[in-house]
Design a protein around this ligand. Structure first.
Ligand code: COA
Ligand code: AMP
Length: 633
C-alpha cells in the first residue's frame, strides 16, 4: 500500500489550522473550539484557546458510555511481585471517581498541584487520571530520583498533596520511598499539606499523624460514603501536568502540558503514527515517571480506547531475556514502544533470541523505539528476530509526542537504518547554522522546529515564561531549538546525531552533566571537575567525572572517588548511573579557561581526535589519556 504520508503532510503544511480542527473532532469537548489557534497568546501562541474539556472524561468515561466498559483498560503485569491484574474501563472509572473524591477531601481543587512519586503500579495511573478528573495538575517524579531531586520539584511546583507508594521494587532490592519522601519534604520550603500513601506489603511506610493518609483506607471510606468525583470542566489551555526534565543546570525544567492540545495530538498519533485500533493491546514499556509513560502508557492508549500494558519489570533479569516476548504473547500485544537500550540488553543476554521461539507472537505487528539513538546494529537484530518493522522515532519531553517518525498508520515509508524518517504533520523541521540559516541537505547543523509548535507540545515552562523563551526560542529566532544536532538527506529523512548541550542519555534516561558537576563540586576535596558522557555498549552513554583535588588534600584519591560515586547516587539518585570518577592533576582548557569536554569525550570514546588549536597546554591531554587507561576506560 502506498503511504498517504506525503498527502497528509502537505495538507497540514497548506492549512495547519484545518488539519488540527479535523483532528480535534475525535475529542469530546465540553465547549468545542471555535478558534483553533491564537497566535497572540502565551509565548508563541495557544491551541484551541476557547475550548473547555476534561481529559479523564475522554480517557475513561466516554469509553464506558460508548460500550467499552467491559474491555480491559490496563493489564498490570509485575514479574517483580508475581502479580497480574486486568482492570476494565468500568472498573477504572470507579477507581478514579473514588480517588478523585479522596483528593477533593484533602482539599485539592482545580489548578492545585499534586506530586506523584510512585513505581509502576496501577495506582500511579489512577492517580494521574484522578488529578485530571478534578482539574488538578499532576507532576510525576520518577522513583529512581533521590530526595534532593524530589525536593527541588516540590519547591518548584508547590504541591498541596503528594501521592506516593511505600516502595518500588528493583531486581534484588526493595527501594523504600517513604524515607526519601520524608527527607525531601524536610528539605523543601513549600511543604505539602498531606501525603496519600499506598502501602505495599514489601516495605510498609511509617505514617506521620495529621499529614499522612492511608490510600486504601481513604478510597474505601470514599466508596462507603458514596463520595465520587465528577469531571471538572477545565480550559483546553489549562495545564494537565508538569513534568520535570533535565536542563543544563541542576534545576530541572518544568515542562507544562495542556489538556486540549495534548489530547488531540495523542489521539492522532495512536492511529496516524502507531497504526493501532481501539480495542487492541498496546504496550509502552517505559515508566510513568518519563514522558513516554505519560503519553504512551497512560493518556495515548486510553484516549484511543485501546488496552494498555503496565509492566513492572525489566527487559532482562525478571526473570530472563524472554520477558518481553512472554508479555507480547500472553496478552496479544500488537505494538511495543520501548528504548533501544532494552533491546541491547535482551540481545546481550540472548543473542540468538532462543527464548523467543517458545512464544507465539503472531499478533505483534510493530516495534517502536525512541528515547535515544537507535543504533543500526540493534535495529537490524530486532528486525531479524521479530520479523516485523522496527520503527525509530525521535521526540523529547518538551514535545510530548513524536517530531520525526515513520507513520505506520498512514502507510509505512521505507526504513533507512540510522534515521527516524520524516517530520510528522505539525512539525516543520529545519537544519540551520549558527545564524539560523537553513543548511543544504547532507550538512550537519542544529535541528530546529519552525514556530508555532503543534498541539501537545509545551506551551511554556511552569511559571517561567522567561526560561522558556531563553532556553528554546531565543537562539534561533522564529524557531524552537531542540538542542539536538543532525542532518537531512536528499529524501528529506532526518538523522539525529546528538545533543548540542550538556545533556546525556543513559539507558534512555535524560540526565544533565551540569547537574552532576554541581554535586561533585560540592565535595570538600574537589577543586574543579568536568562530567562527560562516554560511549557505553548497553546504555548508549554513561557519565564519567574528572576531578581535580584541592591542594593540600592528602587522602588517597581512590577513597575520594568512591565518595563521589556515592554522593551522586545520594543527591541525584541511582538513575544517574554515575560509576566512574577519575582524579587528574589538571583539566584540559582553552587559553580563555574553557574546559575542553568535547576533546575529552573523543579520547575516552577512542574516536579520532586532534589537539584543539586553542588549548592552553597540550600535555594535559596525555595526562587524561593516562588517567583513563589507568581506570580501564
Ligand atoms: N526506582 C529506584 N531505582 C531505580 C529505578 C526506580 N524506578 N529505576 C532504575 N533504578 C536504579 C536501578 O536499580 C539501577 O541501580 P543500581 O545502580 O543499583 O544497579 C540504576 O537506577 C540505574 O538504572 P538503569 O539505568 O535502568 O539500569 P539497570 O542496570 O537497572 O537496567 C536496562 C538496564 C537496560 C535493563 C534498563 O535501563 C531498561 O530497561 N531500560 C529501558 C529503557 C527505558 O525504559 N527508558 C525509559 C525512557 S523510554
Ligand atoms: P527525553 O526528553 O528524555 O525524551 O530525551 C530527549 C532526547 O533524547 C532528545 O533530545 C534526543 O537527544 C534523544 N532522543 C530521543 N529519541 C531519539 C531518537 N529516536 N534518536 C536519537 N536521539 C533521540
Amino acid at each position: 500500500m502506498a503511504s498517504r504520508y506525503a498527502d497528509v503532510y502537505s495538507a497540514w503544511e497548506q492549512n495547519p489550522e484545518a488539519f488540527w480542527a479535523e483532528a480535534a473532532k475525535e475529542i469530546d469537548w465540553i465547549n468545542p473550539p471555535q478558534r483553533i489557534f491564537d497566535r497572540e497568546a502565551g509565548v508563541y501562541g495557544h491551541w484551541f484557546p476557547d475550548a473547555t474539556c476534561n481529559t479523564c472524561f475522554n480517557a475513561v468515561d466516554r469509553h464506558v458510555a460508548n460500550g467499552r466498559g467491559d474491555q480491559a483498560a490496563f493489564i498490570y503485569d509485575s514479574p517483580v511481585t508475581n502479580q497480574k491484574r486486568t482492570i476494565s474501563y468500568a472498573e477504572l472509572l470507579d477507581e478514579v471517581k473514588s480517588l478523585g473524591a479522596v483528593l477533593q477531601g484533602l482539599g485539592v481543587e482545580k489548578g492545585d498541584r499534586v506530586i506523584i512519586y510512585m513505581p509502576m503500579v496501577l495506582e500511579a495511573a489512577f492517580a494521574m487520571l484522578a488529578c485530571a478528573r478534578i482539574g488538578a495538575i499532576h507532576s510525576v517524579v520518577f522513583g529512581g530520583f533521590a530526595a534532593k531531586e524530589l525536593a527541588t520539584r516540590i519547591d518548584d511546583c508547590a504541591p498541596k498533596v503528594v501521592m506516593a507508594a511505600s516502595c518500588g521494587i528493583e531486581p534484588g532490592r526493595i527501594v523504600a520511598y517513604k524515607p526519601l519522601l520524608d527527607q525531601a519534604i524536610e528539605l523543601s520550603v513549600s511543604k505539602p499539606q498531606s501525603v496519600l500513601m499506598l502501602q505495599r506489603p514489601q516495605a510498609e511506610a511509617s505514617m506521620m499523624a495529621g499529614r499522612d493518609y492511608d490510600w486504601a483506607g481513604s478510597v474505601k471510606a470514599a466508596r462507603d460514603e458514596g463520595r465520587a468525583a465528577a469531571c471538572v470542566e477545565v480550559k483546553s489551555t489549562d495545564p494537565l501536568y508538569v513534568l520535570y526534565t533535565s536542563g543544563t543546570t541542576g534545576i530541572p525544567k518544568g515542562v507544562v502540558r495542556d489538556n486540549g492540545g495534548y489530547m488531540v495530538a495523542l489521539k492522532w498519533t495512536m492511529h496516524g503514527l502507531y497504526g493501532v485500533n481501539p480495542g487492541e493491546v498496546w504496550w509502552g514499556a517505559s515508566d510513568v515517571g518519563w514522558v513516554v509513560g505519560h503519553s504512551y502508557i497512560v493518556y495515548g492508549p486510553l484516549l484511543h480506547g485501546a488496552t494498555a500494558i503496565l509492566y513492572e519489570g525489566k527487559p532482562v533479569g525478571t526473570p530472563d531475556a524472554g520477558a518481553f516476548w512472554r508479555v507480547i504473547a500472553e496478552y496479544g500485544v500488537v505494538a511495543l514502544f520501548t528504548a533501544p537500550t532494552a533491546f541491547r540488553a535482551i540481545r546481550k543476554e540472548d543473542p540468538q533470541a532462543k527464548l523467543l521461539k517458545t512464544y507465539d507472537l503472531s499478533k505483534f505487528r510493530t516495534l517502536f523505539l525512541a528515547g535515544e539513538r537507535a543504533d543500526p546494529d540493534t535495529v537490524k537484530w530486532a528486525e531479524e528476530v521479530l520479523g516485523v518493522p522496527v520503527i525509530d522515532h525521535w521526540w523529547q519531553t518538551e514535545t510530548g509526542w513524536c517530531i520525526v517518525g515513520n507513520p505506520v498508520g498512514l502507510g509505512i515509508l521505507p526504513v533507512k537504518h540510522g534515521s527516524p524518517t520524516v517530520p510528522m504533520p505539525g512539525y516543520h523541521v529545519d537544519i540551520v547554522d549558527e545564524a539560523a540559516k537553513p543548511l543544504p541537505n547532507g550538512t550537519m547543523g542544529s535541528i530546529v522546529v519552525r514556530l508555532p509548535l503543534p498541539p501537545g507540545a509545551l506551551p511554556s515552562l511552569w511559571q517561567n515564561d522567561a526560561r522558556m523563551v531563553e532556553s528554546y526560542l531565543t537562539e534561533f529566532p522564529g524557531y524552537y531549538k531542540t538542542a539536538d544536532a543532525g542532518y537531512k538527506d536528499a529524501d528529506g529523512y532526518l538523522y539525529i546525531m546528538g545533543r548540542t548541550d550538556d545533556i546525556i542519555n543513559v539507558a534512555g534516561h535524560r540526565l544533565s552533566t551540569g547537574g552532576m558537576e554541581e554535586v561533585l563540586a560540592a565535595h570538600p576535596a574537589v577543586a574543579e571537575c568536568a562530567v562527560i558522557g562516554i560511549k557505553d555498549e548497553l546504555k548508549g552513554e554513561q557519565p564519567c567525572g574528572f576531578v581535580v583535588l584541592k591542594t593540600g588534600v592528602n587522602r588517597p584519591p581512590s577513597e575520594i572517588e568512591k565518595e563521589l560515586v556515592a554522593l551522586v547516587r545520594e543527591k541525584i539518585g541511582p538513575v544517574a548511573a554515575f560509576k566512574i570518577a577519575i582524579t587528574v592533576q589538571r583539566l584540559p582548557k582553552t587559553r580563555s579557561g574553557k574546559i575542553l569536554r568535547g576533546t575529552m569525550k573523543k579520547i575516552a570514546d577512542h574516536d579520532e581526535w586532534s589537539t584543539p588549536a586553542t588549548i592552553d597546554d597540550p600535555a594535559v591531554l596525555d595526562e587524561i589519556m593516562d588517567a583513563l587507561r589507568h581506570k580501564g576506560v
